[in-house]
Design a protein around this ligand. Structure first.
Ligand SMILES: *[C@@H]1O[C@H](CO)[C@@H](O)[C@H](O)[C@H]1NC(C)=O
Length: 224
């Protein structure tokens, strides 16, 4: 089964630093599929950042790939939001990102609690890359395209690093998640694993296009 452990092995690397502590909280996790994921779309409604903000707390929906990459658009709470993306205190930084040995990223922009962050990943047949686009309240703000192989699973993560690993993360929600496989896979739904999270139900008519209208991630307190 594609567990949180697989994603944890491919954690958000942080910004120009070697983090020593990494922890994972709640998750909604799907995969691996016997096919591969062509497209995934979801909208994260940002909660309040932890208070005080410390380095680093990341929320992300990620796709582990056959190339060993982690496609993971990020929402990160930093101790110094201004230095990272020009954000004010209490804001997140959001951006398109792929962990490919190093952390590749598009433009980082500020976003606030209540903002709707749409994270769209789509395989581009012309380039064989995954094109990522991150939208804040419907406006495209950050893009990235990476040669990553084929995506095998999709899952959400709440990841603490270093000083944030004694913090409490607020409950939050992912809306209108759609995952489109290359070919029908009747086993995909059975791979669903929920950790401190609930789902409105994974739906499909053809075992190829899967939708979840609401994923609710519970509050979590780290003690690392
Ligand atoms: C992704 O989801 C958002 C929010 O539901 C929606 O507005 C947008 O059209 C979707 N994009 C694609 C390409 O499916």
């Amino acid at each position: 089964m594609y567990t949180l452990g697989n994603l944890a092995a491919l954690a958000f690397v942080g910004v120009a630093s070697a983090q020593s502590t990494v922890g994972f909280g709640p998750a909604f996790s799907l995969g691996p599929t016997q096919s591969w994921i062509r497209e995934a779309n979801t909208t994260l409604v940002l909660p309040e950042t932890p208070s005080p903000q410390k380095d680093r707390l990341a929320l992300w929906p990620g796709m582990g790939t056959s190339g060993g990459d982690l496609i993971q658009a990020l929402a990160v709470s930093f101790a110094d939001p201004d230095a990272n993306c020009g954000a004010k205190s209490g804001q997140w930084c959001v951006w398109a990102s792929t962990l490919q040995g190093e952390q590749l990223g598009g433009k980082e922009v500020p976003a606030s609690a209540g903002d709707e962050i749409t994270m769209h990943y789509k395989f581009n047949d012309d380039t064989s890359k995954y094109d990522q686009t991150v939208f804040v309240n419907g406006e495209a703000v950050s893009t990235l395209s990476t040669s990553s192989g084929q995506a095998q699973g999709w899952g959400t993560a709440v990841e603490c690093q270093d000083d944030s690993c004694d913090a409490t993360t607020a409950a939050h929600e992912y809306l209108d998640t759609t995952i489109i496989l290359n070919a029908a896979d009747s086993t995909f739904a059975d791979t669903l694993a929920l950790t401190e999270a609930t789902s409105s139900g994974l739906k499909t008519n053809d075992n190829k296009v899967y939708t979840v209208s609401s994923i609710k991630i519970q509050s979590h307190t780290y003690d690392l």
